[in-house]
Write a protein that binds this ligand. Structure first.
Ligand SMILES: [Zn+2]
Length: 140
């Protein structure tokens, strides 16, 4: 099912765990919101393909990948992204979009290993974080 020009529901529910990963109606609506408001417009701004490493996660998938218990992935509000320039993608998101949390995940000071972004229906906090050695810290 196509959500927008460049993104499908299948891409946003992908899992390498082999476990069942089927979103409910609320989670699909949240994935559509994330895609319409963030993923598709940043894809157009970036101009190159963006890969979804993980979008929606069922509780069992989330447990299997060691996600936090309150993970926004379980609500369909988050996606982990990678592309040929993760740092540039991170900057585009930080400087042009509304989001709840944007996380520079792993990697080094030049390139994150991947980028996590989440978007909620209301109360988006625009938090910019860095995850290093399993710990989250605010980036100024
Ligand atoms: Zn994530």
């Amino acid at each position: 099912m196509k959500l927008t020009e460049n993104f499908t529901l299948e891409e946003l529910t992908v899992t390498s765990t082999g476990l069942k990963n089927v979103p409910g109606t609320n989670e699909i609506v949240a994935l559509q919101r994330l895609t319409l408001n963030v993923l598709q417009p940043v894809r157009e701004m970036f101009g190159n393909p963006i890969r979804i490493n993980s979008g929606y996660r069922s509780v069992s998938v989330n447990k299997a990948v060691g996600g936090s218990e309150t993970s926004s992935h379980c609500k369909g509000e988050a996606a982990d992204l990678s592309c040929d320039d993760n740092a540039e993608l991170f900057r585009l998101l930080r400087d042009n979009f509304k989001f709840d949390q944007l996380i520079w995940e792993g990697g080094d000071d030049n390139q994150p290993a991947w980028v996590h972004v989440s978007f909620k229906v209301a109360g988006n906090r625009h938090q910019v974080l860095k995850m290093r050695n399993g710990k989250y810290e605010f980036m100024s």
